[in-house]
Design a protein around this ligand. Structure first.
Ligand SMILES: [Zn+2]
Length: 308
């Protein structure tokens, strides 16, 4: 095993990658379920965190990494969306200001942030408290903090969730894309929209980024958006055929060849994605618990693998 392969095995802590002066990605291998990336941005007297982590223990590790860099203890957190792997640690980070998309409070109210036992392999989540956002973004927000310009932007369509935002650093040309971008892992649209995500990617291409930090997986460039779009178009195509044939999401997923996407992490997400796409085509609602049940069935009846 090479050192880069070893570095990309599931690990108990993330590692820092410096992207520009005072800008870091905190990357948690292997990027599978609940192993999300975060960002750290020095901004004068405060540190801006992009997202937190899934468990209290992992959030302590993230905070220790920020402290080891000598970053300020005064924190602003920008949440890219409400999912637990990106927000469960927000109360532990205890920010002076928490910024999120305008739909995040409702998403938080409806979400199951800590999954019930049996869905994933066992995880020590710690005591997770919901921290509500203080400032909501509808479209675009420019922030001038400590001599640094940050922008929080949202396309406004359901995509990965109903409340996705990205963080853009125009001077450094760094884009924190949240879960609108996955690298080496299967994108997950169950709580959003396959069609809306494809449209959101077209908007995302408007950013002139040199560096893209995905929500999961290694730091990348704008090229990383291409396989995400190919996958979503593949899901949309499979869903159309299943819709016309009257086939359900699990059956459709079992009969399809994932092709170039087959060795991505968390392939069972094809089932959840087809639940969402078929609901979009049929005009119905998604039953999230049924979708996870079908994903477990697709996974051979075993809980989904989670290293958080
Ligand atoms: Zn997510």
């Amino acid at each position: 095993m090479s050192s880069s392969e070893r570095r990309w095995q599931p690990s108990r802590e993330g590692f820092l990658e410096e992207l520009a002066d005072g800008v870091w990605a905190y990357v948690q291998p292997d990027g599978s379920w609940f192993l999300s990336n975060a960002g750290l941005i020095r901004a004068g007297e405060v540190v801006v965190h992009v997202d937190s982590a899934a468990t209290v223990r992992r959030t302590h590790a993230l905070r220790a990494a920020a402290d080891a860099l000598g970053l300020p203890r005064r924190r602003v957190v920008i949440a890219t969306h409400h999912h637990g792997d990106h927000t469960n640690g927000n109360a532990t980070l205890d920010p002076e200001l928490l910024v999120a998309h305008r739909n995040v409070p409702q998403e938080l109210a409806e979400a199951i942030l800590v999954p019930p036992p049996g869905v994933f392999s066992p995880v020590d989540w710690g005591v997770v408290e919901v921290r509500s956002p203080d400032l909501l973004v509808d479209g675009w927000l420019g922030l001038e903090l400590g001599g640094r310009t940050l922008e929080v932007a949202a396309r406004g369509l359901p995509a990965h969730t109903r409340g996705d935002a990205v963080v853009w650093l125009p001077a450094a040309k760094v884009l924190f894309a949240g879960d609108l971008c996955f690298v080496g892992g299967t994108p997950f649209a169950l709580g959003g929209s396959v069609a809306g995500w494809i449209e959101t990617l077209a908007w995302l291409r408007g950013f002139d980024a040199d560096v893209v930090v995905p929500g999961h997986g290694p730091v990348a460039t704008m090229q990383a958006l291409e396989p995400v779009e190919r996958y979503l178009r593949f899901v949309w195509h499979v869903a159309h055929e299943a819709h016309e044939a009257g086939v359900g999401p699990l059956e459709a997923a079992r009969s399809v060849d994932l092709g170039e996407f087959g060795d991505w992490r968390d392939p069972e997400r094809i089932v959840g994605n087809l639940h969402r796409a078929l609901a979009e085509l049929g005009g119905g609602e998604v039953d999230v618990l049924a979708a996870f049940g079908d994903m477990i069935a697709f996974n051979g009846g075993r809980p989904l693998t989670c290293y958080a």
